[in-house]
Design a protein around this ligand. Structure first.
Ligand SMILES: Cc1ncc(COP(=O)(O)O)c(C=O)c1O
Length: 690
């Protein structure tokens, strides 16, 4: 739990190294164990046939650091260009992960790190990452070194604004007179007020800024007590934050799906940042995100391209109502959604999350029959046992998980349930494929028994995720769809969890060439950045709502944040990235590798079933493998296993006795390997104790 300061400049040749070195020496004199880092040195000099960084040597000397050069200065390039261009000239590419790993390793060794950037915050490191992004990823606030000459207010404030834009806090500002010419002192008060950061003062020109003389000169020029106070607060802040957030979380917050008694008695993990597959908490502990932040993150956390899409839209407008107005990203996205969803779905109704998308679908299908059959008796829905479609009351009505739903049974509308296609615990005691998917025939029986009374059937195509990753045998979906069509009952495919590639096709319905009457989607639609949902329909559905106003065919339904511009713009970028990066093809390849990694789980004494579709995995733990006897829910084997996995650095959540792995498509093969290793060891440990 220590901190770092990222020294940056309003320009290059501003004296960053001098200031960074002097401050490191001052901190050292004050009793801090100081580490230094120069992540990339371009314009490195050749000494005895070896490239060396003079800046790094200076920083190490001033801070008395004995850390190895490969950590202090992971990259050296000869050309005096931006790091990105200098690397490119040598056909090299800067690996940000390597820099961050070196930084984290150094951080562990020291009380405080002084990192010297290259040039200013907007200097490119790679084609995607700027120096300022690196500061953000390190979680280090920026100390801005500025020149005191004409234009200094403009340059300094542009730098602090860039820091703001990049999500980097400004630690403070130091003016450095890097040339002999004098100029009146800048307006510290105005700068401090506008940047909301302290100005520590101005260091006057020095002929040879070195050693003790430099340190004394900087000490006498700057407000060092104030600087030290800021350092103290930063360090104390890092230490105190976990305690403070944990206490206030427990005092003020009611968490979803959580017994708050347990929560209040447990340690609370406060996530502060995320990058790629890694989540980092306020104590600096890192975890692999094994459930892609509840099934929505696609390209990894802090993805530069997606972040930029949000920023770009932010600079135009964040939100204006969709009632009586439209907006560009919503129109573009609707067109794109029609293009990528199964043929026939051609209208998009926006809402905010999975539950609201389902709520709209349910109400639309109910109202549809009121328009089509004025004397209709269709007052009920058909769903699948163990179904989960969300937590608003309409979604709960078509839900079949007793633990979540039975409390509300008296206020729910009529829904009948057919048994889930749960092959491991077949409701009909049959074996696939000899069964010819007899469970789907139960859809026919239900619709026949109460012919003319059903408005729609709702189904989670291919995988009932919240039920415990229950994977339907191939053909179930199509059979159910065809039966509904034969009975003239609407068919709603809830793709909230499985949509956008998770199963190895853009939408799960594609696996069985199904076009539903209504399709719901959310979660991965924005790549996991912002809440957004869509309920898509065919023209048959849409046309049933068209008429003169007096006919009262309007769908009177909608939410304040419908078609929010930020979310729609993000979704558009997410879909472009899925296409351009070949994410679907990658999921197919990665899921084949993942399947290989899962084979050994079958040998575990208490693993009864392993279910996988694409990158969606459920591992069902059982008390007795031979009889398939489940663990009693009160034993909380799943909860204990996920806690063990967390101790080992993996965030996963169980669904009862089923361990769920739902990694982001951006996971690398080695990350999938790391996740499965941790999960294997955790299951082994917990089930051997029970
Ligand atoms: C299939 C399905 N439908 C709907 C929902 C509800 O989505 P939300 O939590 O965004 O309301 C979920 C959530 O997990 C889901 O898996």
């Amino acid at each position: 739990m220590n901190t770092g300061i990222f020294v940056t400049g309003v320009d290059t040749e501003i004296g960053k190294t001098t200031i960074a070195g002097a401050l490191a020496a001052i901190l050292n004199d004050e009793g801090y164990d100081v580490g230094v880092m120069k992540p990339v040195q371009s314009g490195a000099v050749s000494l005895d046939g070896k490239l060396v960084s003079e800046d790094t040597r200076f920083l190490k000397k001033m801070s008395k650091s004995r850390d190895p050069a490969e950590l202090v200065n992971p990259y050296l390039f000869k050309a005096p260009l931006s790091p990105y261009h200098a690397a490119k000239k040598e056909n090299a590419k800067i690996d940000i992960d390597r820099i961050l790993e070196a930084y984290h390793n150094l951080q562990k060794l020291h009380d405080i790190m002084i990192v010297e950037g290259a040039g200013g915050l907007m200097v490119p490191l790679t084609d995607e990452v700027f120096i300022g992004d690196l500061a953000r990823m390190m979680g280090a606030p920026a100390l801005v070194v500025a020149h005191p000459y004409l234009g200094c207010i403009n340059h300094t404030l542009m730098t602090t604004m860039a820091a703001d834009m990049l999500g980097v806090e400004t630690f403070g500002i130091v003016f450095n007179q890097c040339m002999a010419k004098k100029y009146p002192e800048p307006d510290f008060e105005l700068l401090s007020q506008k940047s909301q950061a302290p100005v520590f003062g101005l260091v006057e020109y020095m002929e040879k800024p070195e050693g003790k003389t430099l340190v004394n000169h900087v000490r006498s020029s700057l407000d060092i007590p104030r600087f030290l106070q800021c350092v103290k607060e930063a360090i104390k802040g890092a230490r105190g934050r976990q305690k403070s957030y944990e206490q206030r979380d427990k005092k003020y917050i009611w968490h979803p799906f959580t017994q708050m008694k347990d929560w209040i008695e447990s340690h609370v993990t406060i996530i502060e940042s995320g990058r790629g597959l890694t989540l980092k908490d306020v104590t600096g502990a890192e975890y692999l995100d094994g459930h892609s932040s509840y099934w929505c993150n696609v390209h990894g956390h802090s993805n530069h391209r997606l972040n930029n899409a949000v920023k770009k839209q932010l600079n135009k407008i964040s939100h204006s109502t969709f009632l009586g107005l439209s907006n560009a990203p919503a129109v573009d996205l609707a067109e794109k959604l029609v293009e990528i969803t199964p043929e026939g779905l051609c209208k998009v109704f926006y809402s905010d999350d999975g539950s609201t998308a389902v709520e709209a679908a349910v109400k639309m299908s109910y109202q549809y029959w009121r328009h089509m059959e004025p004397d209709t008796k269709r007052d009920r829905f058909l769903a699948v046992s163990n179904a989960y479609h969300g937590d608003t009351i309409g979604a709960v009505s078509v839900g079949g998980i007793d633990v979540y739903h039975s409390t509300f049974k008296d206020i729910l509308f009529k829904t009948e349930f057919v048994p889930a296609p749960y092959c491991y615990r077949c409701p009909m005691d049959k074996m696939y494929p000899e069964c010819s998917i007899a469970c789907a025939d139960l859809v026919d029986s239900a619709l026949t028994t109460n012919r003319g009374l059903f408005a729609a059937m709702i189904i989670e195509p291919l995988v009932q995720c919240p039920a415990g990753i229950i994977t339907a045998p191939h053909g179930y979906l199509k059979k159910a769809r065809d039966i509904c069509q034969d009975h003239n009952v609407l068919f709603i495919a809830d793709e909230v969890a499985v949509g956008f590639g998770r199963t190895g096709r853009m939408f799960a319905c594609e696996h069985e060439s199904v076009t539903p009457d209504i399709m719901t989607m959310s979660k991965s639609i924005t790549g996991g950045l912002l809440p957004l949902a869509a309920t898509m329909t065919t023209s048959k559905m849409f046309d049933a709502f068209i008429g003169d106003y007096e006919e009262m065919k309007t769908f009177f339904h909608g939410h304040t944040y419908t078609a929010n511009q930020l979310a729609c713009a993000t979704a558009l970028e997410n879909i472009s990235m899925i296409k351009e990066n070949g994410v679907i093809e990658q999921i197919q390849e990665k899921s084949a590798e993942l399947a290989d990694m899962l084979v050994r789980f079958a040998d575990l004494d208490h693993v009864g079933d392993i279910r996988q579709r694409g990158l969606i995995v459920g591992i069902e733990m059982v008390r007795d493998k031979s009889t398939r006897e489940p663990y009693d829910w009160s034993e909380r084997v799943g909860v204990k296993t996920s806690m063990e996995a967390k101790r080992r650095g993996l965030i996963v959540r169980p669904l009862g006795n089923v361990m769920v792995l739902f990694p982001a498509p951006a996971s690398s093969i080695s990350q999938l390997g790391e996740m499965t290793d941790i999960l294997y060891d955790s299951i082994l440990k917990i089930t051997s104790q029970e």
